[in-house]
Design a protein around this ligand. Structure first.
Ligand code: SF4
Ligand code: SF4
Length: 509
């Protein structure tokens, strides 16, 4: 643990923090180098004329996304969102109230894009886009994990996450990019995944996993790579290939495919489910990254595309792949049409690995030994992008029920955290939206406070010792911050880690 980072004391639920103006003004991520920026098509740095470039981009976004203009016009400052952001609750910095975060952009919007702001700026709280204002944007738009919790409580449904994304896109266009996200995007373009793991290293890793599972189970469970003609292409976050606890979920997926007798493959070209284009608000980046999956699917000739445990990846896959890359209905170019005729229309395209496993459990196709998880008392952390920006299954709320149904099928002891901290009101882990970087650790620890409070309640009161989640970022974030709150880092893991423990292979059903 970093000695200079301290967790705030846990509080009773819903107690607003004392205001600490400016507490987080100095918190900001490293700036992307000119080389990183230019590699993904943005100006290298803030050179002369950056203000014009920024305002041009803002005008373009206001014209392209009506929602942005509506959000900037419609806030009535009712205050309902003020205490809903985990970063405000953890830091007390008033600029981390969602409405204040929005106002950072709203003031510039008013100055440059409304008549009242042009004529009477002071009267309507309008500000020029100066370097000081831009610095404030850089700090506080990099203190929003784009989790959308505040929008659930806003009577107008104003989505601060969309404003944050626009803020990042405008800054990128001006030449001020965030190192963590933009470096990762560059790696995906060059190598195919966020971790920069090349194909041969991936093949080695998968071979090692086959040996490990053979040793554990005595069964030849395969982890195929670039297998032409496989039925399923699994697209999963690259952290699943070797990070702990992520890899245990990958082992779980492989065991499920094995038990179901479904041929599957990973792709070295599309070895990443994550799509950081979302975090920086860039449609072009979103599309270019998503295209790798379409290219891999066409190249390998698969019939189905299944997505592993990754929150924002599932949002992009479920809500956007159809128009970004022609996976699902909506794509209209030749490649999209070719892909649609190749994919098997009897299945959801794409499908979440939880939908895949849940369906098999429902059909009695898996042999499961719940008692194998009896050393665990499990709770479930809903990940923001799954909870508030996607769905699973055929009924509303499937994204909440399906992972819980799987957990109940593979573990005897399950406990819910307090209402108001789960389902669509779930608290962010504190590391989403491109903030999972070490220089923001102080923010991440503080932003995890509300989730840690809810976890402490069920750990002390009900003996919970395992928090399952279906997001690679949540897993990485919690592994890092749990010790700051007195929990063991191994307390977090994937739903398919639990499946992996319970599933019985090589035995008659
Ligand atoms: S809840 Fe909505 S309308 Fe009210 S202050 Fe927040 S963003 Fe504005
Ligand atoms: S989207 Fe999430 S992180 Fe951003 S302001 Fe709203 S609650 Fe806070």
């Amino acid at each position: 643990m970093a000695a200079d980072v301290k967790a705030p004391p846990l509080r009773p639920f819903a107690e607003p923090p004392a205001l600490v103006p400016g507490a987080m003004q100095a918190s900001k991520p490293y700036v992307a180098s000119a080389k990183m920026q230019e590699a993904i098509g943005f100006p290298g740095e803030l050179t002369e004329g950056w203000e014009g470039r920024a305002l041009d981009k803002m005008g373009e976004l206001l014209g392209k996304y009506r929602s942005l203009r509506v959000y900037l016009d419609s806030c009535v400052h009712c205050g309902a969102c003020t205490d809903k952001c985990h970063y405000f609750l953890g830091t007390g910095d008033p600029l981390n109230m969602p409405v204040a975060r929005q106002d950072l952009m709203r003031s510039v919007y008013r100055r440059h894009f409304t008549l009242a702001g042009k004529l009477f700026p002071k009267l309507v709280g309008a500000r020029d886009l100066t370097k000081d204002v831009l610095d404030q944007w850089y700090s506080y738009y990099n203190q929003c994990s784009e989790c959308r919790r505040c929008s659930v409580f806003c009577p107008y449904g104003i989505d601060t996450a969309e404003i944050t994304m626009a803020g990042k896109e405008i800054m990128d266009a001006a030449g001020l990019g965030q190192k963590y996200s933009n470096e990762i995007i560059g790696k995906v373009h060059r190598i195919g995944n966020n971790l920069g793991l090349p194909g041969p290293a991936l093949a080695d890793t998968l071979e090692g996993l086959e040996e490990d599972v053979k040793e554990e189970t005595g069964v030849d469970v395969r982890f195929p790579l670039d297998q032409k003609g496989a039925e399923v292409l699994l697209v999963t976050p690259s952290a699943d290939f070797f990070a702990e606890p992520h890899v245990d979920s990958l082992i779980g997926y492989a065991k499920v495919f094995h038990a179901a007798g479904v041929s599957w493959t990973l792709s070295s070209h599309a070895s990443e489910a994550g799509n950081f284009g979302l975090f920086i608000g860039s449609y072009d980046q979103l599309r270019t990254i998503a295209m790798r999956i379409r290219e891999a699917a066409l190249e390998l000739g698969v019939k189905r595309i299944v997505v592993g445990e990754c929150g924002h990846a599932w949002r992009v896959a479920y809500s956007m792949w159809n128009t970004l890359a022609g996976i699902g209905a909506g794509g209209e170019d030749d490649f999209a049409r070719k892909l649609q005729s190749q994919l098997d229309s009897r299945y959801k395209q794409p499908m979440h690995i939880c939908e895949f496993t849940h369906d098999l459990i429902g059909r009695g196709a898996l042999r499961l030994d719940r008692e194998a998880n009896d050393h665990r008392v499990v709770t479930f952390h809903d990940s923001c992008n799954v909870a508030r920006a996607s769905r699973m299954g055929d009924t509303p709320g499937g994204q909440f029920e399906i992972p819980r149904a799987i957990i109940r099928a593979v573990a005897n002891h399950y406990v819910e955290m307090a209402p108001g901290t789960t389902h669509d009101a779930t608290y962010c882990c504190g590391g989403g939206g491109g903030l999972l970087t070490d220089e923001l650790l102080d923010l991440r620890v503080k932003g995890a406070l509300p989730r840690m409070e809810a976890l402490r309640q069920v750990a002390d009161g009900r003996g919970v010792n395992f928090m399952a989640t279906i997001c690679a970022i949540c897993k990485a974030q919690f592994t890092k911050v749990l010790p700051y709150y007195g929990f063991k880092m191994g307390m977090v893991g994937g739903v398919h880690q639990l499946v992996s423990t319970a599933i019985r292979l090589g035995e008659p059903r």
